[in-house]
Design a protein around this ligand. Structure first.
Ligand code: AMP
Length: 173
């Protein structure tokens, strides 16, 4: 099944120069969505994953069914002020300014083996911040899983050598 064909490229969204990879066209295709989740879960089946940490918002869409397939718990990494209980927090640089990610401090136990999931790897800034957050909880990072990788941005280079799995690659940015 050609999953790449199910991704819609939207030029100049949300601003000029960005080639936005729209996954809604894949999500609405029952076979495509099922195949994506199955393939994303596959490399981690024998890796004894305790928790899947999914990054808001599109990471939740894939993180939840992957966690279910792996028999792992699901942990939400969210934008600032969304989580109700006590959180661990990390700030990270954006192109202009900075942003914050949070995770409930009791969501991951020391020594947990964690798989991080998001829809797309671009510069790697978001997932690098998530790695920091999970490490601050004393957990181990088993690997990183993305549906899409924008290879031209070399996001992998800043991700510290953790195992990375991506299903669909684009050579450009
Ligand atoms: P980055 O921190 O640069 O790796 O950006 C990753 C996050 O931004 C992911 O959560 C994506 O959902 C989103 N993102 C970045 N670039 C794109 C793009 N070209 N198309 C769709 N989503 C993107």
């Amino acid at each position: 099944m050609n999953l790449k064909k199910l991704i819609r490229n939207v030029p100049d969204f949300p601003k000029e120069g960005i080639q936005f990879k729209d996954i809604t066209t894949l999500l609405k295709d029952g076979k495509g969505f099922k195949e994506s989740v199955r393939k994303m879960a596959e490399p981690w089946r024998d890796k004894k994953i305790d928790k899947v940490a999914a990054i808001e918002a599109r990471g939740f869409i894939f993180g939840a069914p992957i966690a279910e397939q792996l028999g792992a718990g699901l942990v939400l990494i969210r934008k600032k002020c969304k989580l109700p209980a006590k959180t661990l927090t990390v700030k990270y640089e954006l192109e202009y300014g900075e942003d914050t990610l949070e995770m409930h401090e009791d969501s991951i136990a020391e020594g947990d083996n964690v798989l991080i999931v998001d829809d797309l790897l671009a510069t790697g800034g978001t997932v690098a911040a998530s790695i920091e957050l999970i490490k601050s909880a004393g957990a181990e990072i088993a690997g990183l899983s993305f549906l899409i990788e924008l290879k031209g941005l070399n996001g992998r280079d800043m991700l510290g050598g953790y195992p990375i799995d991506t299903l669909i690659g684009y050579e450009g940015v």
